[in-house]
Write a protein that binds this ligand. Structure first.
Ligand code: UD1
Length: 320
């Protein structure tokens, strides 16, 4: 990759995987913007010498401008990425995901950045009647988080048409993999499932376990992000970043138990407010325009992820 590359949220789970992917694609250095709210420098440990790290909050426009100056490509992943958190604590969620995202676009446009690739969310679809979900469907966001992420897409399109900034929005579908932080009640469900398997405690499944998600392995998402940074003729567009399948939470918990060789019945709780019932990506447009087909099956992704959590837990226990 050529020129200065910036990853906002680069110390987070997906952001740090993207930093590695950018370096593997030939960049010598990557600039990371992260306020370490949920990310951690540990996520970048072995690539730290090739990272220009800015402990910057995207709510601070001047600081974002400083960090972005001279960049060719900005990957904008910084966010408070939780549906329930946007309901329980809506103000920071809105400030970061809506106002912070506006700042990133404004700073990029004013600094002459070539392209911004934005981490949008499949939550924008809401409970559409038809599956899989196609980019041409009318969005029906049902949580503040979904609204905020959708707003970012609209800003992307507006900055493309009004400020000649190239933008591509990728709607992430339940990304999972190594380094997803399981330490909060707001953590992604698969990180919590991994923690349960490794610690031998039952996970809580909200609802009857029939909720479906298109679980997408993180390396498929980072591959798509890289392609979105350079693909021609896609500026202003929105693409699904999903695997193309959907599994119930019960199916995923069963599969993970089989892979791990454990038997731990899940606990069940009430359904979670703001949850979409079913989610599955139509990957046709991304395959056609961005030339990326997902390569990891759920089982492959779960195995790789479990390996990482087992090693990480062993290291953490040994260190403690
Ligand atoms: C996730 C992402 C969001 C992304 C969206 C794209 C996280 C934290 N959120 O939202 O950023 O934009 O996918 O589709 O990664 N659940 C349980 N037990 C738990 C936790 C969750 O049953 O302990 C359930 C939830 O109620 C929900 C499903 O698992 O039905 C997925 O929840 P979660 O991992 O939080 O992801 P999404 O809300 O789908």
């Amino acid at each position: 990759m050529k020129g200065k590359i910036v990853v906002t949220g680069g110390a987070g789970f997906i952001g740090s995987a993207l930093v590695r992917a950018v370096l593997n694609a030939g960049a010598e250095h990557v600039t990371v913007i992260d306020n370490l709210l949920s990310g951690t420098e540990k996520n970048l440990a072995e690539v730290g010498s090739r990272v220009d790290f800015h402990n910057t909050d995207i709510r601070d426009l001047d600081a974002v401008k400083q960090a972005i100056a001279g960049a060719d490509t900005v990957f904008h992943l910084a966010a408070i990425p939780s549906v329930p958190k946007s309901i329980d604590d809506p103000i920071p969620s809105h400030d970061v995901n809506a106002n912070g995202t506006f700042n990133v676009y404004l700073a990029a446009a004013q600094s002459g950045v070539r392209r911004v690739v934005y981490a949008a969310s499949s939550s924008a679809y809401g409970d559409t009647k038809v599956l899989p979900k196609v980019e041409t469907m009318a969005p029906m966001p049902k949580s503040p988080y979904a609204v905020q992420k959708l707003l970012g897409e609209h800003y992307a399109a507006a900055f493309h048409s009004c400020f000649q900034l190239e933008t591509v929005s990728l709607r992430f579908f339940n990304v999972y993999g190594p380094r997803q932080d399981p330490s909060s009640a707001y953590s992604g469900v698969l990180s919590l499932f991994m923690k349960s398997v490794v610690s031998g405690n039952a996970p809580t499944i909200f609802g009857d376990g029939g909720v479906t998600r298109d679980f997408t392995y993180v390396e498929d998402v980072t591959a798509l992000l890289l392609k979105a940074a350079s693909a021609p003729g896609v500026s202003g567009n929105v693409y699904n970043a999903g695997n193309g399948n959907r599994y119930t939470l019960n199916e995923v918990w069963d599969t993970l138990q089989k892979i791990a060789g454990v038997r731990i019945p899940a606990s069940y709780g009430p359904p979670r407010a703001g949850d979409v019932r079913d989610s599955q990506a139509d990957t046709t447009a991304a395959v056609r325009d961005l030339k990326h087909s997902p390569t990891f099956t759920l089982e492959q992704g779960l195995r790789l992820t479990l390996d990482w959590y087992r090693k990480d837990l062993a290291t953490t226990s040994a260190a403690g």
